[in-house]
Design a protein around this ligand. Structure first.
Ligand SMILES: C[S@@+](CC[C@H](N)C(=O)[O-])C[C@H]1O[C@@H](n2cnc3c(N)ncnc32)[C@H](O)[C@@H]1O
Length: 247
């Protein structure tokens, strides 16, 4: 686990899920909050993809066309690849009587993946890098061939970007997303609260210098910055404060 970038290896179970890690069988409640029509057949970018759990859920349960995941941690990128392979290998029956098509988790464990590597690569691609500074040659922000993403997710990652790069880095982050998302596409942002920044600094004092220089706080200026980078607020979702959240 890194207290510098939030690269928690057991992130999904850490975040209140039960069951084995990654808890592939438990839907991610955040994704269930979204209007599903924005996900259907969408090309998605998942920034801070961690172990690929969100990317896998998007592919398996939310009918997206493809996912590109990026994470700063190489080991998590490798986990993401195998996790998405695992999730894509679990195919639900297309109709309730189609029991023959069901390939449950026990079959994946016993017989291995049923999806050929080429198909996995086509639908789920992962690359390692700091999204602010690294370049995905295929991305619009690098002048790549990709036409842009229909939906860009930044779930529980902004705090880590902010603590690594300060206010100017956060602006670069939002500006890059604005280039990578298609016009009329969606940016799904789950910022962490200011108290969560303080907790991160408590665990890793190396972050204190940048932390003390931060002026653009979540709830105080961050929304203005997002708007200044070209986004318009469409809708706000949330779980109640009493239900906790992701760090
Ligand atoms: C707290 S986890 C969130 C995981 C996932 N997005 C979710 O909400 O379930 C934060 C993830 O962001 C990654 N991360 C942190 N800084 C990053 C950066 N600058 N670029 C890409 N990934 C980053 C960490 O390695 C970690 O896997």
């Amino acid at each position: 686990m890194s207290t510098k970038t939030g690269s928690y290896k057991t992130y999904q179970s850490h975040a209140r899920h039960t069951g084995s890690n990654p808890a592939a069988h438990i839907p991610d409640p955040r994704l269930l909050l979204l209007p599903q029509e924005i996900l259907k057949d969408a090309r998605v970018l998942d920034i801070g993809c961690n172990n690929g759990a969100v990317s896998g859920h998007l592919l398996l349960r939310h009918a997206v066309k493809s996912v590109v995941g990026v994470d700063v941690d190489e080991k998590l990128i490798s986990k993401s690849r195998s996790h998405v392979n695992f999730m894509l290998s679990r195919v639900r029956p297309s109709d309730p009587s189609g029991r023959g098509e069901w390939y449950p988790v026990s079959s994946v464990r016993k017989y291995g993946s049923r999806i050929p590597p080429a198909e996995v690569c086509e639908r789920g691609r992962f690359w390692c890098g700091d999204y602010v500074t690294a370049i995905d040659p295929a991305a619009p922000s690098a002048g790549g061939g990709c036409a842009g993403y229909d939906v860009v997710f930044a779930l529980s990652v902004v705090k880590w970007v902010h603590l690594a790069h300060g206010d100017s880095g956060l602006r670069s982050f939002f500006e890059k997303v604005a280039v990578d998302v298609k016009p009329r596409g969606y940016f799904v942002l789950e910022p962490q609260g200011w108290e969560s920044y303080a907790r991160a600094v408590g665990k890793n004092p190396e972050l204190r210098g940048v932390f003390e220089g931060i002026r653009v706080r979540p709830g105080e200026g961050m929304e203005g910055l997002v708007a200044a980078c070209g986004f318009r607020l469409v809708r706000r979702w949330g779980v109640g404060a009493s239900e906790g959240g992701w760090d």
